[in-house]
Structure formats: structure tokens, C-alpha cells
Ligand binder design. Structure first.
Ligand code: PEP
Ligand code: CO
Length: 401
């Protein structure tokens, strides 16, 4: 299965002739994470499915190879602790880090001060520098992505975790690594045998998710997710059909343990129209997945100065609405998926009038991230909306109950 399928794969760079040698080299390298650590996360997510734990998945939109890890881990830990203190429920900590080096893009070119250029696609592909050579996809960057993931995982002691429910010593101190499984040449080259559960697993991170732009049910990304044993996620945007989501649940969740599939909604202002309909049409299938809310990717805006940003008021409105709609359907919000940074930047703004202001503490190379204070506000909103106060399956209301 480690072979790439012939199914259509969108958002893949034009790598050039060096790719074959790079893939051969990646195949020879050791797994970045062990099957037992992926299984450990799977067991924690099964506890979430049972209503006994919650999830925080957070980190950069696009990590840089030059990033250091300590601040990212501290922020994820602070957010998880905030939830645990408020709810008394253990929180599974999943970093959007130690491998989040590739970005799907809506446009293939962008206008810069130096004229039109191919877009930046993440450090695993090209450089954000604004000159033409910097934007050429370079397959050798996949080897650098591997090296930087390895260094980051080592810094976090994440490469071979002990199962947290196996002993009594560290109940919720474990952190896992996740990223978008976008670059299929890289992901397939790192598929290894799962000698614990049988079959194959993706050894590039503990949890791998498929993005909104690559989740076609007849595409190569979903086939990849189907073929690995890791916990997986799929982003769900406002144009997702109930038929497609039902197919995703059947193919990615059924035949696996509870908690294997997280559906990460990113619906923005259309949540109120789309999520109730989706849940109604899914019926009992909606109970076979974890529902995570990404309240950021449906709320992308540009301010008057052309900077990409998000309004925290919009973000908290989506979180509250998501909690309420799930509850109305007898379901519980399992977790939050956030783009965050420990850096003292202001990339997201508080409310709509702030869109007039030019942002000068702004360093993201892709989407606007919540700083620590803004992230804490978003988490507090979810808690105020009842996140963690109900257990999945408790409610007898709604069409799926
Ligand atoms: C992302 O998570 O950075 C992303 C691109 O999200 P989506 O696939 O939901 O647009
Ligand atoms: Co993003």
C-alpha cells in the first residue's frame, strides 16, 4: 500500500526530477513516530468518544523550519489546562506541530511587490521569500521536513510515547503531533508496517488530517487516510454534502475503534444553515465520529490594508453556534482545532472595526493565528457555551437521538 494510487491528487507541487531519489531516501529512513504511540493516541481518542475526555488540537497554520518548539508546547498545555481546570475532564493534547510544513492554497499565484509569483506552499515545498527562484518547488525540502520533524519530536520527547492509560504515572501529560497529510509523495514514503495492530500506519505524525481542498471521496488523499491505521481527521467546509460525509464516515471510521475519525468543521458564518442539515441527513452515522470545531478557516478575511486576518468575535460566534447545534442533535463537541502562536503577535483582531487598522505585529506566512490571550478567550467561550459539561449520548433531544 505504500505505493501512490493512481487516483487524482490535487494540490501536489510540480517536483521535478529529484523527487524519485528523495522518495527512495525517505523510504530508507526510520519512522518518525512509533505505531505504539499512534495507538496510544487512538486509545485516548476512544475515551473522548466515550465522553470521558476532550481534545485540544492547536498550533501554527504553517510551521517554519526555523521554529523552536518550547513555546508551542507551553501554549497547547496552557489551553488544555484551562479546559481541565474548568471542566474536571481530562484533555487530549494534539499539537498542530512537528510536521505542519505544507499548505494547500486556493490560488496558485499571488501578487507581490515584485510582481506575480507562484504561491508559498509551506517550507516542505518552497520559500516565502518574494523572488521567483524561492517559489520553485524543491523536492530536497521533503528531506529537510523529515529532519525538522525529527528534531521537533525529539525536543518534545514525542517519538515513542508510553500508553497513558497503561500505567498510573502520567495520566494526561502526553502530547501528540499532527499535521495535514497533504504531500502524498512524502506521506506514502513514510508509511510503515503497524506491527501492533496489523496493516500499515503513517509514521510522519500521530494524527494526520485531510484538508478541505483535498477531501474528495474519489481522490488520493482519502484513499491514503483509508489505508493507514492512525487516528485521522477530515476538514468539513460549508460545501460538503451529507452523501460525501456519510461516505467518509463509512470508509474511515467503520471497522476501526471509536475515536478513529475526527470530523473538523470549519463552516464560518454558514454554520447555522449547513451543520443542522448535515447532522439531520447523517442521522446515526453522526455518532460514529468525533466532532471538532475549527472556528478559524471559515472566517478568513482581509483587512483594509490587504492583510489576512480573522475577527475574534466571528470566531467565538462560530464556537458557540457549533456547541449549540451539536447539543440540539444529541451530540457533544469533542474538541477545538485552533491556529495559535505563542509569539506576541496580533494577526487576528477583536472586532470588526479593528479591520481598519494596519497590523504591525504580524509574522505569519499563511493564515492569521490567535495569540495566547485570544486563544484563551476562544476556549473560554466554548466552556461558557457548555463544552465539556455534557457527555455524548446524554441528551435525548434531536433527530439522531
Ligand atoms: C489549515 O488547516 O491550515 C487549512 C488549510 O484548513 P482547511 O483545509 O480547513 O481550509
Ligand atoms: Co490555516
Amino acid at each position: 500500500m505504500a505505493e501512490r494510487t493512481r487516483l487524482p491528487a490535487v494540490q501536489q507541487p510540480d517536483w521535478g526530477t529529484e523527487l524519485a531519489a528523495v522518495v527512495a531516501e525517505l523510504r530508507r529512513r526510520p519512522a518518525l513516530v512509533t505505531p505504539s504511540s499512534c495507538y496510544s493516541l487512538q486509545r485516548e481518542l476512544a475515551a473522548v468518544a466515550a465522553g470521558a475526555a476532550l481534545v485540544i488540537q492547536a498550533g501554527d497554520c504553517a510551521e517554519r523550519f526555523t521554529d523552536t518548539m518550547a513555546g508551542k508546547l507551553d501554549l497547547l498545555t496552557a489551553l488544555a489546562d484551562q479546559v481541565e481546570v474548568a471542566t474536571g475532564v481530562p484533555v487530549v493534547r494534539v499539537g498542530r506541530f512537528a510536521g505542519q510544513y505544507a499548505k494547500p492554497r486556493s490560488e496558485s499565484t499571488e501578487t507581490t511587490a515584485h510582481g506575480p509569483l507562484p504561491v508559498y506552499r509551506g517550507d516542505a515545498v518552497n520559500s516565502p521569500d518574494e523572488h521567483p527562484e524561492a517559489r520553485v518547488a524543491d523536492a530536497r525540502r521533503l528531506l529537510a521536513a523529515y529532519d525538522h520533524s525529527a528534531t521537533a519530536l525529539d525536543a518534545l520527547f514525542l517519538r515513542d510515547l508510553l500508553p497513558p492509560f497503561g500505567g498510573t504515572d502520567h495520566p494526561h501529560s502526553v502530547t501528540y503531533a499532527s499535521h495535514e497529510a497533504l504531500l502524498l509523495d512524502y506521506e506514502h514514503a513514510l508509511v510503515r508496517e503497524d506491527d501492533l495492530q496489523g496493516g500499515d500506519y503513517g509514521s510522519s505524525g500521530h494524527l494526520l488530517w485531510i484538508g478541505e481542498r483535498t477531501r474528495a471521496v474519489d481522490g488520493a488523499h482519502i484513499a491514503f487516510a483509508e489505508a493507514i491505521t492512525n487516528p485521522v481527521g477530515v476538514k468539513i467546509g460549508p460545501d460538503a454534502t451529507a452523501a460525501d460525509v456519510a461516505t467518509l464516515v463509512t470508509r474511515l471510521a467503520h471497522g476501526h475503534a471509536p475515536g478513529r475519525l475526527s470530523l473538523i468543521t470549519r463552516l464560518g458564518p454558514r454554520l447555522g444553515q449547513t451543520l443542522p442539515r448535515l447532522l439531520d441527513e447523517l442521522g446515526p452515522l453522526a455518532r460514529d465520529v468525533l466532532w471538532l470545531c475549527d472556528p478559524l478557516h471559515g472566517n478568513n478575511l482581509r483587512n483594509r490594508h490587504g492583510q489576512k486576518t480573522r475577527v475574534v468575535d466571528d470566531v467565538v460566534a462560530e464556537v458557540a453556534a457549533c456547541c449549540a447545534v451539536l447539543r440540539d442533535h444529541g451530540l457533544a463537541l469533542a474538541g477545538l482545532h485552533l491556529e495559535t502562536t505563542p509569539e506576541p503577535v496580533v494577526e487576528c483582531v477583536g472586532s470588526a472595526p479593528d479591520l481598519d487598522r494596519r497590523l504591525d505585529h504580524y509574522t505569519t506566512v499563511c493564515d492569521a493565528r490567535l495569540n495566547a490571550e485570544q486563544a484563551a478567550v476562544v476556549v473560554a467561550t466554548a466552556l461558557d457555551a457548555g463544552w465539556g459539561a455534557t457527555v455524548a449520548g446524554d441528551s435525548e433531544t434531536g433527530s439522531t437521538a
